[in-house]
Write a protein that binds this ligand. Structure first.
Ligand SMILES: *Cc1c(COP(=O)(O)O)cnc(C)c1O
Ligand code: SF4
Length: 340
């Protein structure tokens, strides 16, 4: 039985440090406040959209602290700040860009690829990324963690063809350790599951989430664990993130990263090379570089395929092969992520 360890002695300083749940709740949600925090209060009128975009701002304060002061083009700010450009109509940019609604099986389980079952564990995220398909799917009901994971666990247990369970979302690490333990305990008893994977941006945007209880849960699993992070720029990976990565590696996890290629944020060779190198400093290997899902409101982030291919070619000529991510696009109905 794997249990969330609530009784482990905490270092004395933890008593005064806010919990990750408090830090989560204390996130910045007011665009005017965000601009003031980064020294851009006087730019609100020309930067912010004239009407509601339907996808609120949300960003933890620790992530804001990594933004450059006074720079409206800061690559971290651009990932979270609602812009007027989101309201522009763009042909081909749709609500369900990756066909997830069609692939959805019962109760938050997506089975699109051979051997892998992906669970929409929860719809929650600590941060709202402007380019995310999630801006159109709050996933109110159909999440796997609802009803104590019963349907998802039953689906996994009944299918010996699945050898990898992937917790995704939203962000699965927005669930409590106790809630995660319910699922991981069930998976620990399934001999046909060889790997457990987590897709999470929390180690990057709220590294305090990687606490001792979570490390204990992962370390106790009989299966190998992969944690796929999501960072798009080297500036996201400060010392706190490096510490969170170390805690995950100490728990036995293999760390990978997926990024999205984003115009004005990481669409240049130096930025992508710096990201790969900084990831490796943190013990993380680059995995995927995604071409943007064509979701409504994100057209201004799109990078042309020929530019994307040239960027990856430049990385290949400059970095060790293991630091070059695979450039892929998600195509609805395809049996795998499709390389460009
Ligand atoms: C991306 C994705 C996966 C994982 O694909 P990998 O290529 O193994 O990283 C699994 N299931 C679904 C539904 C996905 O969208
Ligand atoms: S953390 Fe991931 S799922 Fe959540 S909004 Fe950002 S990109 Fe989307």
């Amino acid at each position: 039985m794997i249990t969330a360890n609530r009784h482990r002695a905490q270092p004395a300083s933890d008593a005064v440090r806010p919990s990750w749940q408090q830090l989560w709740r204390d996130a910045v949600t007011d665009p005017a406040e965000l601009l003031a925090l980064v020294g851009l209060a006087d730019r609100a009128a020309d930067l912010l959209p004239a009407r509601d975009t339907g996808f609120p701002l949300r960003v933890p304060r620790g992530f804001v602290a990594r933004m450059r002061h006074g720079d409206p083009n800061d690559p971290l700010l651009r990932q979270v700040l609602p812009l007027a450009a989101e309201l522009d109509a763009a042909p081909g940019f749709a609500l369900d860009a990756v066909g997830d609604m069609a692939a959805r099986s019962a109760h938050g389980v997506l089975q699109k690829y051979h051997g892998r079952a992906l669970l929409i564990a929860t719809g929650s995220c600590a941060i709202n990324c402007r380019y995310c398909f999630r801006r159109h799917f709050p996933y109110a009901d159909e999440t796997a963690a609802a009803n104590r994971w019963q349907a998802a666990i039953a689906a996994l247990a009944a299918d010996p063809g699945v050898d990898e369970a992937i917790l995704s979302g939203g962000d699965p690490l927005s669930l409590s350790n106790a809630k995660l333990a319910e699922f991981l305990t069930a998976v620990a008893g399934m001999p046909h599951i060889r790997r457990v994977r987590l897709h999470t941006r929390l180690p990057v945007v709220l590294p305090e989430r990687i606490d001792a209880g979570l490390a204990d849960l992962l370390a106790a699993l009989p299966q190998r664990v992969a944690v796929v992070l999501h960072a798009n720029h080297a500036n996201e990976l400060d010392a706190g993130v490096a510490d969170a990565c170390r805690r995950l590696r100490d728990a036995g996890a293999t760390l990978l990263n997926q990024s999205v290629l984003l115009a004005g944020i990481n669409d240049d060779e130096a930025a992508l090379a710096a990201l790969s190198e900084r990831l490796f400093d943190c013990g993380v290997l680059p995995y995927y570089l995604h071409q943007l899902d064509r979701v409504q409101g994100a057209a201004h982030f799109e990078v042309d395929d020929t530019v994307a291919l040239a960027l990856v070619e430049a990385l290949r000529n400059r970095l060790p092969g293991y630091l070059v991510p695979k450039l892929v696009r998600e195509i609805a109905g395809a049996p795998a992520k499709t390389p460009l």
